[in-house]
Ligand binder design. Structure first.
Ligand code: ZN
Length: 160
């Protein structure tokens, strides 16, 4: 799973941080129906269905739509909410925020900082040090395990 090739998605790139803007019709062509539903239609996967929810593997979580690095595994925690949860994004620019008043609630939506894919929401009931809970749809995450050498050296992806 980690080394999945995505030849049908020309914008998927883990090294390029340039913004991606595509018309909806293009996204529909290059994303799987599941990813498209979450990313572009702001869908929500059923709780307790993500294979990442209880994963403890060491590595990096990327945006499944564009390859942007989003979260490190060491900021992941068991929130019990039914979706993969993190207390901090990998970097400030990794994620963008927008107020969301849908479904009669006031929430903060989180989106990919590169392609604006809908990821989930952030709530203020997370653990220290941030007190935040990024509640993320597992469908929109791509995970890559850290290599053994990286683990030993104190894993820090994307340090340039
Ligand atoms: Zn993205």
């Amino acid at each position: 799973m980690e080394q999945q090739e995505k030849p049908s998605n020309p914008v998927y790139n883990r090294k390029d941080s340039g913004k991606v803007e595509l018309p909806d019709a293009e996204w529909k062509k290059i994303l799987s129906p599941e990813v498209y539903y979450i990313a572009r239609q702001k869908g929500t996967e059923r709780p307790w269905t993500s294979r990442f929810e209880h994963s403890k593997e060491v590595g990096t979580y990327y945006c499944a739509a564009c390859g942007n690095a989003l979260f490190r595994s060491d900021t992941k925690f068991d929130s019990g909410c039914g979706w993969p949860s993190f207390y901090e994004p990998i970097s400030k620019g990794a994620i963008i925020y927008a107020p969301d008043h849908s479904h009669g609630m006031t929430r903060t939506e989180v989106m990919c900082g590169r392609c604006k894919a809908h990821l989930g929401h952030v709530f203020e009931d997370g653990p220290p040090p941030t007190g935040l809970r990024y509640c993320i749809n597992g469908v929109i995450l791509d995970f890559e395990k850290a290599k053994e050498a990286e683990k030993k050296a104190g894993y820090s992806p994307d340090k340039q």
